[in-house]
Design a protein. Structure first.
Length: 333
């Protein structure tokens, strides 16, 4: 199993990072620093983005600048560390600090509306969601190519951020409620499993193994990219395998993920997504911990492929995300 270095992957990913206020956006840009809230969604985002990936800030329906992630850091007692003040959400009354942080290298400077055609992949997700309501959105390689030519090359260095002495931690995940200690230890949710599977499939060797068992002919793993949640009119695909550079047509393979045993309704849900993707979707993949007999027999002649996942790391304890995805295995029925 390869280690998680970006050089062994197909390519860097590109994310738009949602920013909650104008003040926080200005601080992010000033210090070339991204921060995610102390809840489980922040831990999930921190796992999704890795060093070497590209990000832009998303605020006011506009994309701000292009950066490369140079360092990830989860800090203890983030509420006492600048630059962001703790933020209280009116809907829940909960207050969050920003322990999950990305240090960024400015690449290009621009402020562009996401209504532009070049941002169509992300804009469609936002429109079908009815707004942000998410910490980050992954865009495809085509979008990254477009933004790599927007605006101008960044000049100068970001402002230095003076920080007092602080310590860091590695986020961990568990199925045992008694071990929860957010943000250090979060629950093993479906989003973490989705991220682990996405990371697993960014390695060409793993993707090639899956494709060979799915009977997908004439498609090289290097021609595909694996993307996070994709919004459709009737719901959200957990993961999407698609051609990196479509020529004439675009192969799309939706992947639905369930942490526990899959049900017949999950097969029907995936088939609905496949119908919406129409002729460009030859097959769909349902990944779960297990399947009932009815599920496996009922899809044998259909386009839905069933894949059982297993994780070698002990989720009754508190493994790291690295330990989770490194020990992940996929078995095609």
């Amino acid at each position: 199993m390869p280690t998680g270095t970006l050089t062994e992957k197909q390519s860097a990913s590109y994310f738009l990072i949602s920013v909650s206020t104008r003040e926080n956006l200005e601080l992010c840009v000033k210090y070339a620093l991204a921060g995610f809230p102390s809840g489980e969604s922040g831990a999930w985002t921190y796992c999704e983005v890795e060093e070497g990936d590209f990000v832009s800030f998303l605020f006011g329906a506009r994309a701000h600048n292009l950066y490369r992630v140079v360092q990830k850091e989860a800090v203890v007692e983030a509420e006492r560390l600048p630059p962001w003040k703790p933020l209280t959400f009116a809907e829940t009354g909960r207050t969050y600090s920003f322990p999950f942080r990305l240090r960024l290298q400015p690449i290009r400077t621009f402020v562009e509306p996401i209504a532009r055609t070049e941002f169509a992949y992300v804009a469609e997700n936002l429109l079908l969601r009815g707004g942000y309501r998410k910490t980050h959105f992954q865009a495809d390689q085509t979008t990254l190519q477009y933004v790599s030519e927007m605006g101008t090359l960044a000049e100068g260095l970001p402002a230095a951020l003076p920080l007092p002495s602080y310590s860091t931690f590695v986020p961990r995940f568990t199925r045992s409620r008694e071990l929860f200690n957010v943000p250090q230890v979060s629950g093993f949710r479906e989003t973490i499993l989705q991220s682990a599977i996405r990371r697993h499939l960014t390695f060409e060797q793993n993707l090639q193994t899956l494709l060979s068992h799915l009977d997908v002919a004439g498609v090289a793993p290097g021609d595909l990219e694996i993307l996070g949640e994709k919004a459709l009119a009737q719901g959200h695909i957990d993961l999407l395998l698609k051609q990196r550079v479509p020529l004439g047509s675009s192969i799309k393979i939706p992947i639905e993920v369930k942490t526990k045993k899959a049900q017949s309704k999950d097969v029907a849900q995936l088939q609905g997504y496949m119908d919406e993707l129409r002729g460009e979707c030859a097959i769909g993949v349902l990944i779960a911990a297990d399947f009932g007999r009815q599920d496996s027999s009922g899809t044998a002649q259909d386009r839905v492929k069933l894949v059982r996942y297993s994780i070698g790391a002990d989720l009754k304890q508190t493994p790291t995300f690295h330990e989770i995805y490194q020990s992940l295995a996929l078995e095609v029925f």
